[in-house]
Design a protein. Sequence first.
Length: 84
Amino acid sequence: MSSAMVTIDEKNRVALPKEIIEKLRLKDKILLVDLGDHIGIYPVPHDPFKRLHGSFNTEKTFKELRKKAEEMAIEEVARGFGCL
């Protein structure tokens, strides 16, 4: 298990150490979960829309479908870690 002490800057941002980002293969988006006395950080699939290819028979725009796919991917990650 890795750990690191980080500082919250004046804009309430935290920079994650490169070693942790690489180990967890974190990409564009992550899910932050309030676990009561600590925070969970979970990777979100890079292309959640791809996971849903062929699942919709709709005339919605790609942007609308991608947003829904991202929401579903975040829910799936949260469920997988017992956060929902």
